[in-house]
Write a protein that binds this ligand. Structure first.
Ligand SMILES: CC(=O)[C@@H](O)[C@H](O)COP(=O)(O)O
Ligand SMILES: NCC(=O)COP(=O)(O)O
Length: 238
């Protein structure tokens, strides 16, 4: 089964644009879960331009499904995750000034650091995942860090799919096969959408979770969250 984790960053962006509490993230989280989502993802960034660190604390007792917190494991982020104790932490090497995540880890280069951070989170009972490009060398290296899962960075898949180049899925399929072979669970995310999710699901064996935010919220402007979430669930069925 592939779980759908809805990334609510964009709802926080909308809220922050007016400085008040509309839309209310707590209510939205409850609604998103009631519409069938099996997880909630947030990605607080150092400048807190969308999700704030306080949102993570406020959502701790609200999320009844899987709570996934993504981010670059700087000390402030590590402390937050240990305090909130989500189901899963996803480590993303995002630069402070990046508009959005734009690369997976160089796991070979950062192996010592990642091993240490992962050990810390696992000792707190938090499942760990590493954001990674579909590069078999990096996937193999991920297994040596002690991580439970990888999150395949799907921006290049989505980009090529939109241009009609479906064959770019092959490197993701291969990366997923290697991950499974070395004992890693497989998550995926970034720019997945109603248009490209079905083909991705059909071609990625053992896909445990997709986290989707930007496209899902944009699609919901036209169709409504209560319709869009079941549409994703349908496309993620076997
Ligand atoms: C790791 C990943 O791909 C997502 O977390 C994505 O980066 C969402 O972050 P933004 O909402 O800041 O674009
Ligand atoms: N981990 C990916 C994620 O949470 C959402 O990415 P996107 O759908 O906003 O591109």
């Amino acid at each position: 089964m592939t779980k759908l984790s809805v990334n609510i960053n964009k709802l926080a962006t909308l809220r922050n644009s007016r400085g008040g509490n509309v839309p209310n993230l707590i209510q939205a989280t409850r609604d998103i879960e009631s519409f069938g989502a099996q997880g909630i993802t947030i990605h607080p960034r150092p400048d807190e331009r969308h999700i704030r660190y306080q949102d993570a604390r406020d959502l701790k007792d609200v999320v009844n499904t899987e709570f996934n917190i993504e981010g670059n494991p700087v000390q402030k982020f590590i402390d937050l995750v240990i305090e909130v104790k989500p189901t899963q932490v996803t480590l993303v090497p995002d630069a402070e000034d990046a508009i959005t995540s734009n690369a997976g880890w160089d796991i070979v280069k950062n192996a010592v650091f990642l091993k240490e951070v992962i050990k810390t989170f696992k000792s707190e009972g938090i499942r760990t995942s590493i954001f990674v490009d579909p590069d078999t060398k990096m996937v193999e290296a991920a297994a040596n860090t002690g991580a439970d899962r990888i999150e395949l960075y799907t921006e290049s898949y989505a980009h090529h799919y939109a241009q009609g180049h479906k064959n770019k899925i092959a490197i993701f399929t291969e990366a997923a096969k290697i991950a499974h072979k070395v004992g890693l669970g497989i998550n995926a995310g970034h720019d997945l959408s109603l248009e490209n999710i079905k083909f991705f699901k059909e071609n990625i064996p053992n896909l445990l979770e997709v986290s989707i935010g930007h496209a899902l919220i944009c699609e919901s402007l036209y169709l409504g969250l209560e319709n869009v979430i079941p549409m994703y669930l349908h496309r993620l069925e076997k």
